[in-house]
Every structure is written in C-alpha cells, then in structure tokens.
Write a protein that binds this ligand. Structure first.
Ligand code: GH3
Ligand code: MG
Ligand code: MG
Ligand code: MG
Length: 312
C-alpha cells in the first residue's frame, strides 16, 4: 500500500483482498444410474478441487438442483426410468437453470444420437472413456463462464445490487430456510421520498448519484447475510434472514436517520434526501406475495404518515 491511508479505506482494501482469496470451488451435479461410473467421474473432479454430488435416480434431480445449486450438470444418456435428454428438457424449462451448463458423459459414439441429445438442451457431449484432463478442463471452462454470466444476470447494472427478479428468488429461498429452521424472516421495502423533485430540480444524473449512494449506504450498513435488491427505479428491497420485524425496523430506522444527514453538493444548493420504509415479518403459511404486499402497505403507511419514517 502506498500513500496515506485512513482506517476505512484500509478496511475496504482488506475486504477486497479477502474476497479475492476466498476460494469458492465449482459444484458439479452428476446424474448417472451406474454408481461405478459416477464414482469414477467424482474421483477425477474431486482431484481437481471440484465439489461433486451424485444422483443415481434422475427423479430426484429437481429437488437436488434447488438444494445444491450446482455450477454445472454432468448427465448420463441412458438410464432405466428416464432418458438423459428428457431430464435435460425438464431442467431447461425451469427459468432458474437456463444458464447452468449440461454436459453429457456417455459411451454413445453415434454422432447422430449425440447431436440429437444436444438439441434438447445439452451444451456438450463427451464420449467415454475420456482423459481426466479433458474432463476437468471442460468442466472448469464451462463453469467459469456460466458463473460470470450468472453474476451479471442477477444484478442491476447501475447499483450492482440484485435485480427485481433475483431479489424475489432470494426471498423465496430465505422463506424456505426460515420455515425449515424455525427462524424469523423480515422483508423491507424502501422508496426515496419526492424523488421526482430531485430529477426535476437537479437533473437526472444527480438522481442517479443519489440512487447509487443509497445502494452503497445499504451495502455498508446491513449484514453480509442480508440480501439487498433494486426493486424498481428509486425503490429498494431488503431480505433480512433470522431477523424479526421490530429488530429490522430499528436497524433500518438508524440507516434512515443517517441517510437523511448526507448532503450532495450542487450549484442549486446542497441536496439532501430521505426515504420511507415498510417492514413485514413472515408468519405461518404466508407466501412471498403476501409478505411483499404487507411490506408495500407498511411503506405506504410511512408515506401517508409524512414520509422519512419506517413502519411495520
Ligand atoms: P414519493 O415520495 O411519493 O415516493 O414521491 P416520488 O416523487 O419519489 O414518486 P414516484 O415513485 O412516483 O417517482 C419516482 C421517480 O423516480 C420517477 C422517475 O422519474 C424517477 N426514477 C426512476 N428511476 C430512476 C433512475 O434510474 N434514475 C433517476 N434519476 N430517476 C429515476
Ligand atoms: Mg447409464
Ligand atoms: Mg417509487
Ligand atoms: Mg419515491
């Protein structure tokens, strides 16, 4: 490190380094009715530091995909109760897995049959026996590209926060875990107050600056385990696992108070902004539509109550 450093920029640099060093191995789901074949594939991939899970019953594939969230799927072509291509078709029909690479690994060496299999949602066809290096390189390259694309797909480009669709997906996942673990879950909606005036008075670029700065502010002040999304234009959503509504409201109210203190210098005179926030906690049997509707209603309560406040 060169030059003078204050504490916060030092912490930021340490966080960047930790992220770079953080090792997140690729995860591969193997679907093969032959345990012996699967074990061989597992050994090859594990030796390269790739994490694997194997299914010998293709029927469990969708549940396993949701639970394991693999970077890539290796599929056998011939299995007793389901042809590999049928499974590939089913996987491809689910929006969540459109970008997960599917690679066939089979002894089938008839090119027509291979191409048929690939036309149904497969990305590549590897013929057994295959050299370990070939298998490892194929998996690594495809998984790396898929991860990169996915990271872009789920984020909003202005703020780097999760986009609307992915925020709801994360909320659904969090709801599943909260129910399973018997933990509370809170969802919050944030909407910047009188934002039209900001654009009208200070111009659109200033509006964008405020949106970006609130995004950064939320990232800095919420926990790593909270999910922050840009829900719409000047609307944000936060998923707070293991948090009840009262605790979440306290945290968000502190953020609200601090955000209102920020001054953005401008020719027209300094600008400051506020936001209104609605908070709702998951209750028994509630689905995410109802939960987000309740957060939205609480947000409008905050607006009607005079804005610059958090309501439950
Ligand atoms: P309220 O306090 O009731 O929320 O008032 P508001 O003016 O914020 O109301 P409304 O939600 O209707 O207006 C939001 C405005 O935000 C409308 C739109 O011009 C602006 N906006 C939406 N997305 C963006 C964006 O990406 N950049 C900028 N600069 N402005 C945006
Ligand atoms: Mg087989
Ligand atoms: Mg709005
Ligand atoms: Mg608004």
């Amino acid at each position: 490190f060169t030059g003078s450093l204050d504490a916060s920029s030092l912490i930021e640099r340490i966080e960047i380094l930790t992220n770079v060093m953080h090792y997140d191995p690729y995860k591969v789901l193997i679907v093969d009715d032959s345990r012996a074949q699967a074990t061989h594939t597992e050994r090859v991939l594990n030796s390269a530091g790739i994490v694997t899970r194997t299914l010998t019953e293709p029927i469990q594939a969708m549940a396993e995909l949701a639970d394991f969230q693999p970077d890539l799927i290796i599929l056998d072509m011939y299995m007793p109760d389901c042809h590999g291509t049928e499974l590939a078709k089913v996987i491809r029909h689910n929006d969540r897995y459109v970008s997960v690479p599917i690679i066939y690994l089979s002894a089938e060496d008839d090119l027509d049959k291979q191409l048929d299999a690939m036309s149904e949602g497969g990305d590549d066809f590897l013929t057994k026996p295959i050299k370990p290096r070939h298998l490892i390189a194929t998996v690594r390259n495809r998984a790396a590209r898929a991860r990169n694309l996915r990271a872009r797909m789920v984020r909003d480009s202005l703020t780097g926060l999760f986009n609307h669709t992915h925020t709801l997906q994360l909320l659904e996942d969090a709801r599943f875990r909260a129910r399973r673990d018997g933990q509370p879950l809170t969802f919050a909606m944030i909407d910047i107050d009188h934002f039209k005036r900001v654009n009208d008075t200070y111009g659109h670029p200033m509006g964008d600056r405020v949106i970006k700065s609130l995004a950064l502010f939320l990232k800095q002040r919420l926990r790593k385990t909270d999910h922050i999304g840009r829900y719409g234009g000047e609307e944000f959503a936060v998923v707070l696992p293991d948090t009840d509504a009262v605790t979440a409201a306290k945290v968000l109210d502190e953020i609200r108070r601090r955000f209102a203190e920020i001054h953005y210098p401008a020719q027209q005179g300094d600008l400051s902004c506020t936001f209104s926030c609605g908070v709702a906690e998951l209750t028994d049997g509630m689905d995410i539509n109802t939960l987000s509707k309740q957060a939205d209603e609480a947000m409008y309560l905050a607006k009607r109550g005079g804005r610059n406040r958090v309501e439950i």
